[in-house]
Design a protein around this ligand. Structure first.
Ligand code: COA
Length: 377
């Protein structure tokens, strides 16, 4: 019997993440996501995912300074970014740039745990630099070099905009990075593990993951949420009517539904709160107001239709990032620069106890054919 989508299939043991989709629980290495999002930084979560415990202050300081030392990318890589065509998708740019980092790393093929941890740190430190530099170059601006003393969130916003962001914006970005850092055996993590399980190098595994995250059923959904909100706004139609019509046409409402959650995605709850904080200083609450209307009508409609479809993490990240002034096509790259923490944690596990991942398909094709000469087919 085939199991399309591998739904519910357990492919191995992991200490990194636990999800109870019915209750809406998300736990990183024993800590509830709500607790982590409110009380830790992205760097602390990276340490947690990589070491199975939260860091002491001295360990956090050491990780922060190692990340800071690894952020800059070489001139060769910046020159490569300059060759990217106008209109290249930022996820395609990121995928290509991370692949190039691997070619320039003399230790790329060393799959020892020690070498992989060094490379993971370098990739995680450089991804925000690559995203910000590629974005500035496509806008005809010079890349901004990383700035010492800033954490990942603050430094990313600085490199993107050329000026430091205020505390509320930095805290919002930081919490968003915490929320997106890990999510069990999701599609991109699985794809990273499949690549690593062939004993290919860690760069190849991360490139596979970036390619997988790009799809609209996964990380690409946050950008599609914004497409949908703009479409509703431009239609001039009542948002509730728009959603009902779309559902009647069997259209999927972006930012809703999840393979694992049959309850509200706990990350969406935290993001909705963050949205309030960031909107407090903003004149333009249009996208959040519209998101709330879509959420309300979806709750009514899903109840009536007897479906357990709730907002997921992507639903509110769209309006939060838009209010932060981030271009819509960059949303998924922010997901990637956070999720690389989880990908690499899973890769350490995979390389440490590896078995080739190789499922089978149920064959439903023809049998017992013989080759006819080509002029008789
Ligand atoms: N809007 C409306 N209906 C939805 C829906 C959505 N976003 N997501 C699922 N459904 C409906 C399906 O149409 C299906 O209904 P049916 O049984 O009447 O045919 C039912 O819910 C189950 O959907 P299914 O496709 O089996 O779920 P899945 O586990 O394969 O899909 C997603 C999960 C995430 C791909 C899906 O919910 C989706 O496409 N969501 C929108 C994209 C998105 O936000 N992705 C980000 C995930 S973090």
């Amino acid at each position: 019997m085939s199991n399309a989508g591998l739904e519910g299939v357990v492919i191995g043991q992991s200490r990194i993440c636990f999800i109870d989709g019915d209750k809406g629980d998300l736990i990183y290495a024993g800590y509830d996501i709500d607790d982590l999002a409110r009380n830790t930084s992205f760097e602390e979560v990276v340490y947690l995912l990589w070491h199975d415990r939260l860091p002491k202050q001295s360990e956090l300081d050491e990780l922060s300074s190692q990340l800071e030392a690894e952020r800059e990318v070489s001139d060769e890589i910046l020159d490569l970014l300059r060759t990217f065509p106008d209109g290249a998708h930022p996820m395609a740019a990121l995928r290509t740039a991370v692949s190039a980092l691997g070619m320039h790393d003399a230790n790329a093929e060393d799959n020892s745990d020690e070498a992989n941890r060094t490379k993971a740190l370098s990739i995680l430190a450089k991804m925000p630099t690559l995203i910000a530099a590629a974005d500035r170059l496509r806008k005809g601006k010079d890349p901004v070099a990383p700035k010492a003393g800033l954490n990942t969130a603050a430094n990313f916003l600085y490199m993107l905009n050329g000026e430091e962001a205020d505390d509320v914006r930095v805290r919002t970005m930081d919490a968003s990075l915490v929320l997106h850092a890990e999510h069990g055996m999701n599609a991109s993590t699985f794809s990273a593990r499949v690549t690593a399980a062939t004993l290919a190098d860690i760069y190849s595994a991360i490139v596979s993951a970036i390619g997988t995250l790009k799809g609209p059923s996964h990380g690409g959904a946050n950008s599609r949420v914004m497409d949908m909100l703009r479409e509703i706004d431009e239609s001039g139609q009542d948002p509730k009517e728009w959603v009902r019509d779309a559902l009647d046409r069997k259209q999927r409402i972006m930012g809703f539904g999840h393979r694992v959650y049959r309850a509200v995605d706990p990350r969406a709850t935290v993001l909705r709160e963050l949205a309030d904080q960031i909107m407090a200083g903003s004149q333009d609450t249009r996208w959040l107001d519209l998101s709330d209307k879509v959420r309300e009508v979806m709750a009514e409609e899903m109840e009536q239709r007897g479906k357990k479809i709730y907002p997921n993490v992507d639903f509110f990240s769209a309006s939060v990032y838009t209010t932060l002034g981030i271009d819509q096509d960059l949303f998924t790259t922010i997901f990637a620069m956070s999720r690389v923490a989880g990908w690499t944690a899973h890769l350490f596990e995979q390389y440490a106890d590896n078995r080739l991942i190789r499922p089978r398909a149920e064959y439903v094709g023809e049998r017992n054919r013989t080759v006819e000469p080509i002029d008789q087919r």
